[in-house]
Design a protein around this ligand. Structure first.
Ligand code: DOR
Length: 445
């Protein structure tokens, strides 16, 4: 008897834990039901994926969607469209909104707002403050929460936990892996006069490599002392790579496509304040060192740190300009171009953007192409040559630092829980995003 599926993705090259090879994927009720030769099977819908690669859905584990409070920069609808146009099936979102996400209710409010308004699936970080330490264990167990985020150095918004004592209190209270913005606040305050008016190229002078290195050293010591797991966000220096290599029992690490692609001083000369982010883009030797960390397996995940700000805000005079650049839509094409240039393999890309987030954060049923898992698939054409343009960018901010960049490798389709939500640069269905379930906070049903 022939099998019947809701959807078959046919004839693509599947990249997963089995390696890379031709296979059909059969999907029933939003989950993967079969992988193999399904030519005798029937299906309600068949997608011909001949010549394309099928990756497990890409998770962008660091984004800022700005809702509530700064919807003039982005909201869950515009940010979700940007994600799926870029081949991203799930996003984790940061707590530095207005108000910040520092209570269980604030997480629940974001889940309510995002549900079926975001195209992609989603999870929210709870933000730690010096005042809400007692609430953190409850926030961590909230449905749709991916963990706690700690800003050890000030960035956009008001969240800050700067001292060793307060970081130790946070680590003592939490049970899941928390994520850290690691720049030393004291050093940032001390060096602020080095940020010269009208000179964005002084951004990495003010927020220098030592500020990141110092903070990561402190953080690793505090985590080891507390016996807690940590995740160090957006690694920006070559010098943190050996520190992280010596702490793989407790620490996982992320870097961003921007830190792997751009370098000072060229990025500031070409893009001005549009290249300003925290931690900053630094000189090329740091980029080289971070790539070495990718090659050595020390970097665990990629996040885009999608941080949209309007052109009007970015066009002010430095340092009155906000830090951050949009990135959720360009993560996949920029990184596929790096794959085609031989800087990493397609399997390593999958390790960084699907298996990595699954392993670190414990996403239930996501991050693998395996029977029983959610049918989240990122379909890519490794041979497509395109030029990234601002007019393709769906974020409300309407720009990308990669405008005009020609890439080889493009997201052709985004399939989330068995529904095709993007194909050939068009959104193909209504927003159906759901909160991600985490194995460390499984619902009782
Ligand atoms: O550049 C950044 N922008 N770094 C951060 O840590 C925050 C982000 C934002 O929210 O704009």
């Amino acid at each position: 008897m022939s099998q019947t599926f809701d959807l078959i993705v046919k004839g693509g090259t599947v990249v997963n834990q089995d390696g890379m090879g031709l296979a059909d994927i059969g999907i029933v009720a939003g989950r993967i039901a079969a992988i193999g030769d399904l030519k005798t099977a029937s299906a309600g819908e068949t997608i011909n994926a001949k010549g394309l690669h099928i990756l497990p859905g890409v998770t962008d584990s660091q984004t800022h969607m700005r809702e509530p409070g700064n919807e003039h920069k982005e909201d869950f609808e515009t940010g979700g469209r940007a994600a799926v146009l870029g081949g991203v099936t799930s996003v984790f979102e940061m707590p530095n909104t207005a108000p910040p996400t520092t209570t269980p209710d604030a997480v629940a409010d974001k889940v309510r707002r995002a549900r079926h308004r975001m195209q992609c699936d989603f999870a929210f970080y709870g933000g730690a403050t010096t005042e809400n330490v007692d609430l953190l264990p409850e926030i961590e167990r909230q449905p749709g929460c991916c963990g706690i985020k700690v800003f050890m150095g000030s960035s956009t918004g008001t969240l800050l936990v700067a001292t060793d004592e307060d970081v130790a209190r946070v680590l003592g209270a939490i049970n899941r892996r928390a994520a850290f913005h690691s720049e030393d606040e004291n050093r940032l305050v001390e060096r602020k006069p080095l940020a010269l008016e009208g000179h964005v190229e002084t951004h990495p002078v003010w927020r220098d490599a030592e500020a990141a290195v110092l903070c990561t050293k402190r953080l690793l010591r505090l985590a080891r002392h507390a016996g807690k797991r940590i995740h160090v966000l957006h690694i920006s220096t070559a010098d943190e790579i050996p520190l992280l290599a010596a702490a793989k029992d407790i620490a996982t690490a992320e870097t961003t496509p921007q830190h792997l692609t751009l370098a000072a001083p060229e990025c500031y000369e070409r893009l001005g304040t549009y290249a300003q982010m925290n931690p900053p883009i630094r000189a090329a030797e740091h980029r080289t060192g971070i790539w070495a960390g990718v090659a050595a397996g020390i970097i665990d995940v990629l996040g885009s740190d999608h941080a949209p700000h309007t052109r009007e805000e970015k066009d002010k005079v430095y340092p009155n300009t906000p830090s951050g650049m949009p990135g959720v839509q360009t993560l996949v094409p920029i990184m596929l171009d790096h794959v085609n240039a031989g800087r990493l393999t397609l399997q390593r890309f999958v390790d960084l953007t699907s298996a990595g987030p699954q392993r670190i954060f414990g996403m239930a049923r996501k991050g693998r192409i395996a029977v029983g898992y959610d049918a989240d698939l990122t379909v890519v054409d490794m041979n497509a040559k395109r030029t990234i343009k601002n007019d393709w960018i769906a974020t409300r901010a309407g720009w990308t630092p990669f405008d005009g960049v020609e890439v080889k490798g493009w997201p052709i389709g985004t399939i989330i829980r068995g529904r095709r939500v993007m194909w050939n640069d068009e959104i193909t269905g209504p927003a159906n995003g759901e909160p991600i379930v985490f194995v460390e906070a499984l619902p009782k049903v």
